[in-house]
Design a protein around this ligand. Structure first.
Ligand SMILES: Nc1ncnc2c1ncn2[C@@H]1O[C@H](COP(=O)(O)OP(=O)(O)OP(=O)(O)O)[C@@H](O)[C@H]1O
Ligand SMILES: CCCC(=O)O
Length: 356
């Protein structure tokens, strides 16, 4: 029997799960408030904070860390790569720790997985379907100016896992369907899945698309340039406005969708406006992806932590149900996707790809 630890550092949470072969034994979701995260100037500085939280949870649950055969982390902002399982190697660590690497919580997944695995005899550290999985069609890369290219940064792990699970549920293959999947978590990404490939998706980190609990999404570019050159903010402060202090944090001072929803439903009209505006922008992005798929859409799937909100999913559904049927899959399938990818790699049931 293989014991596997899955680690998922998200923008507003750290999730861990333990699997014995394909059976979930333990799962924990630790939310991090924006005040807690604001103590760290850079996400990379959260390495010890997040690792200690994980080890403390394992100790609290009476788990012997040395018993793991694989630690599978959610992968970060390495070079664009194809979908699959990768063993953490020196090239990956070098790219995740180099000066100037883009900041994302999932950068810590591979690093913490390797750190824990290094202290266990014969344990492997893997990542699976990191946020840089790139299947964009060429036309989707064109931004509108030769200096800028649209790139693929999205919740690839959950998009793929939820797409496959939906296909299985309707007795079809993921590769035979056209799906629009909207993941609504700390970031929001909406992808056009054409027969198993994500041919277009918004760069939900600092590129474009809807705003989210902690990100600005696409902004009016002229005003953005004005603010950048106003001298009011340093480049780091400016970047924080886009990722970390954008979206709900900027308008309402919290990254908690749950809190915003509660405030909105309790009669706070500003909270309701902002909550629904995020749904409105997500619905517009779904409409754009429908055009990418030329209207040939088997289903629209809404997933991620915010999909627990019935008010939000109903609001989006009202705007997009003319396109196709809407399936809501609250939360994510990321933990089982990580663990099962690790299990398949240990059993040599999938090719373990080499990052270079
Ligand atoms: N029942 C709920 N109703 C409304 N919002 C919720 C609910 N449960 C969780 N959320 C919100 O979902 C968001 C977190 O979603 P999720 O856990 O998918 O994100 P994450 O993993 O931190 O970030 P990301 O997925 O972008 O890496 C938070 O804003 C949280 O408050
Ligand atoms: C866009 C990459 C994943 C995230 O939003 O956290």
């Amino acid at each position: 029997m293989y014991k596997i630890l899955a680690i998922n550092p998200g923008s507003t949470s750290t999730k861990i799960a333990i699997y014995h072969d394909d059976k979930e034994q333990f799962v924990k979701n630790i939310h991090h408030s924006n005040e807690e995260l604001a103590k760290f100037k850079r996400i990379s500085n959260q390495f010890s904070f997040r690792k200690e939280i994980i080890l403390k949870e394992l100790a609290h649950a009476g788990v012997d860390v040395k018993s793991f055969k694989a630690i599978v982390g959610r992968g970060g902002l390495i070079k664009p790569i194809s979908s699959g399982v990768y063993e953490v190697n020196d090239a990956m660590v070098k790219d995740l720790t180099r000066v100037g690497v883009k900041e994302h919580a999932s950068n810590l997944g591979a690093l913490i997985a390797m750190d824990i695995a290094n202290n266990i005899d014969n344990a492997k550290a893997y990542i699976a379907d990191p946020v840089v999985v790139d299947e964009l069609q060429e036309i989707a890369r064109i931004s509108g100016h030769v200096y800028f290219e649209r790139i693929s940064i999205f919740h690839a792990l959950n998009h793929k896992a939820v797409g496959r699970a939906y296909a299985k549920k309707i007795n079809k293959k993921y590769e035979d369907l056209n799906l629009i999947i909207a993941h609504m978590g700390g970031g929001v990404t909406v992808g056009a899945h054409k027969r198993g490939r994500v041919i277009d998706v918004n760069n939900g980190l600092d590129g474009d698309g809807p705003f989210s609990p902690e990100r600005s999404g696409g902004l009016p570019t002229g005003s953005l340039v004005q603010l950048c050159y106003s001298g009011e903010l340093t480049i780091e402060q400016m970047q924080k406005q886009l990722v970390g202090e954008g979206g709900f944090v900027s308008y309402l001072g919290t990254n908690s969708g749950l809190e915003v929803e509660n405030r909105a439903l309790d009669g706070d009209s500003e909270a309701m406006l902002i909550f629904e505006a995020m749904g409105y922008q997500t619905a517009k992005e779904i409409g754009a992806m429908s055009a990418v798929l030329k209207g040939d859409v088997d289903a629209i799937i809404i997933t991620g932590g915010l999909a627990y909100s019935k008010h939000l999913t109903k609001f989006i559904e009202e705007h997009v149900s003319h396109i196709s049927k809407v399936h809501v899959e609250p939360g994510e399938d990321e933990m089982s996707a990580l663990a099962l990818n690790g299990l398949a790699a240990l059993k040599n049931e999938v090719e373990t790809k080499v990052y270079s």
